[in-house]
Design a protein around this ligand. Structure first.
Ligand SMILES: C[S@@+](CC[C@H](N)C(=O)[O-])C[C@H]1O[C@@H](n2cnc3c(N)ncnc32)[C@H](O)[C@@H]1O
Length: 253
């Protein structure tokens, strides 16, 4: 297996592929203050195995298109939807988030938890804006600093991993500069990282290594994840996923 295949193998049987929680998905939904007598067309981009997709389907009327690059995650989501009787409401689409086959103004809501970083925040919000109706909502969670300064070790680590990491006020400015109005912002709790993401991942390390014959590459994947968890434990007061909920408002000429 390649390293990418191993990473997919480590993550595919998990409830979620990144930090988050049902409560926080709900909190973001509530901030949009949606009418409950309407149907909405929603895109959930970088959905993974669909932790948040199911919450969206249970709490918003309408149709969801759940997009991911990897069929392994979409298979998991399809099984989940089938078991929950949500198959008609959630359609999956295997596509890259920077090459989506959507029409202009096709969606009421664009959702992306822990995924926009794959094509960069600014690039993503610009591209996806075309698919949103005027007055439609964008809800994205994105790694963000939660203090204005921080120790060098963590600053260097995250800047190297993802150069667009920033404080919320700069992210909000990027949204405003690109035709969105902020509707709400909060950042994910430490529980969403530790209990919902890191602990379940740690519990999978042993079977993952066994399944992959303790290969050198599988050990490397575990080692890197352990290092990330250690850094989180040490510096968790300085960063989290910021959840940005914004509305597209087109300028009227
Ligand atoms: C950190 S995970 C988050 C998954 C899920 N939203 C969650 O919070 O549990 C990022 C997701 O983005 C997907 N992904 C990575 N690159 C992508 C791309 N170019 N297009 C679509 N999805 C992509 C990955 O397969 C993965 O499911």
């Amino acid at each position: 297996m390649t390293e990418l295949e191993l990473i997919i193998d480590l993550h595919k049987n998990s409830e979620r592929q990144g930090p988050g929680s049902e409560e926080e998905t709900m909190k973001a939904i509530e901030l949009m203050n949606l009418a409950n007598d309407r149907n909405f067309k929603i895109a959930d981009i970088g959905c993974g195995s669909g932790g948040q997709t199911v919450t969206l389907a249970k709490n918003i009327n309408g149709q969801i298109t759940a997009i991911d690059l990897f069929p392994e995650f979409l298979d998991e989501l399809n099984n989940k939807s089938e078991n929950l009787g949500l198959k008609e409401r959630i359609k999956t689409l295997e596509k890259s988030m920077d090459d989506l086959p959507f029409n202009n103004a096709e969606f009421d809501i664009i959702w992306a938890e822990g995924a926009i970083y794959n094509i960069g925040f600014e690039n993503g919000i610009k591209k996806w804006k075309n698919y949103l109706k005027n007055g439609g909502y964008l809800a994205v969670s994105e790694i963000s600093w939660i203090t204005n300064s921080r120790p060098k070790e963590i600053e260097n680590f995250w800047t190297q991993e993802y150069s667009e990491i920033d404080i919320a006020s700069n992210k909000i400015k990027i949204l405003e500069d690109n035709g969105y109005t902020l509707v709400g912002y909060f950042y994910l709790t430490q529980n969403s990282w530790i209990e919902n993401y890191y602990k379940p991942m740690e519990a999978r390390f042993e079977t993952f290594l066994e399944r992959n014959n303790n290969s050198k590459l599988a050990k490397k994947v575990v080692k890197e994840n352990k290092a990330e968890i250690e850094l989180y434990q040490k510096y968790k007061d300085y960063y989290s996923y910021g959840f940005y909920i914004a509305k597209k408002i087109d300028a009227v000429s």
